[in-house]
Design a protein. Structure first.
Length: 292
């Protein structure tokens, strides 16, 4: 098993005026040490020397108004298992700048953010000699689940309340043919209204939803109903889990009732759940992104 290296970079994106802030974790031969990443401390080798490739890739798309670092522990686990993990902060839809929330613009932008960071990974500025972009998985929480589905061929329709002219319209998104597996965690999927909206999604999917998710409770059922019968789908409801139970456990100083992402329904043990969640996701991705 490798250690987890980490690079924080700004990625130029042709669809945006400003760069995408990206945290990249990867297999490294350098020794890790406690490193401050935003408000969190993570054991990684900052700018550590990469281990030999080829590496499969996992892009993790955070929820609306969220932060990629809420998935830091999953990213570190996958990096140690041999994955390049890309954690983009979606511009205009994160905890520090959320002005694009609930707009058609962000529905179109998010999938392009994922494509941009994948392009970076294979560029001279990324990991051109280590990465294998034929083996890409996308992990998405909440609106990140929507993002993952569009990358695999999902066709969404923005609601009238989200568009400038107050008319519902299709979201212009291009499928990324490099994506070969999806992990959906409490996915938001209300935009896949037409019955054929997920007809082109053929990639294997692991979908986990929370029993007590009050935000997107029925969206998993909608996804399952829209997918082709031939699409491999491993789906289950996590007992007692809420919408935020899929985020990494927060440190004690950030855990309180006034901060909903740190809270879970009564009786749910987030730490114990994540001890099982990461190996489950890692095994699923390894199985479907194995080298041919």
């Amino acid at each position: 098993m490798a250690e987890a290296g980490c690079r924080i970079v700004e990625v130029a994106a042709p669809h945006l005026d400003a760069p995408i802030t990206l945290c990249a974790m990867y297999p490294s031969v350098s020794a890790p040490e406690p490193t401050k990443l935003g408000p969190y401390t993570v054991d990684v080798a900052l700018d550590g020397r990469p281990a030999a490739g080829p590496w499969p890739v996992a892009v993790i798309s955070h929820g609306s108004g969220g932060s990629p670092l809420t998935h830091r522990d999953l990213a570190r686990f996958l990096a140690c298992e041999g994955f390049l993990v890309l954690l983009p902060e979606h511009p205009g839809n994160n905890r520090d700048d959320n002005h694009l929330a609930n707009t058609a613009a962000i529905l179109a932008q998010r999938p392009r953010d994922v494509t941009a960071v994948l392009d970076w990974a294979g560029s001279a500025q990324g990991f051109p000699s280590e990465v294998d972009l034929r083996r890409v998985g996308v992990v998405g929480h909440s609106l990140g689940g929507y993002t993952a589905l569009t990358q695999a061929g999902g066709r969404a329709v923005a609601f009238a309340r989200e568009t400038p002219d107050h008319r519902a319209c299709p979201v212009a998104v291009t499928k990324d043919e490099r994506v070969a597996a999806l992990v959906l965690l409490a996915p938001a999927a209300a935009w896949f209204v037409p019955e054929d909206s997920l007809a082109d999604v053929r990639t294997p999917i692991l979908m986990l939803t929370g029993e007590h998710d009050l935000m997107v409770a029925s969206h998993g059922d909608l996804i399952a109903a829209r997918l082709p019968a031939t699409t491999p789908l491993d789906s289950r409801v996590v007992e007692r889990a809420g919408h935020y139970s899929f985020l990494a456990p927060f440190p004690p100083e950030r855990t309180n009732p006034g901060f909903p992402p740190s809270q879970d329904p009564p009786g749910f043990d987030r730490v114990a759940f994540h001890d099982l969640l990461y190996p489950e996701i890692g095994a699923f991705l390894a199985r479907h992104l194995s080298a041919s």
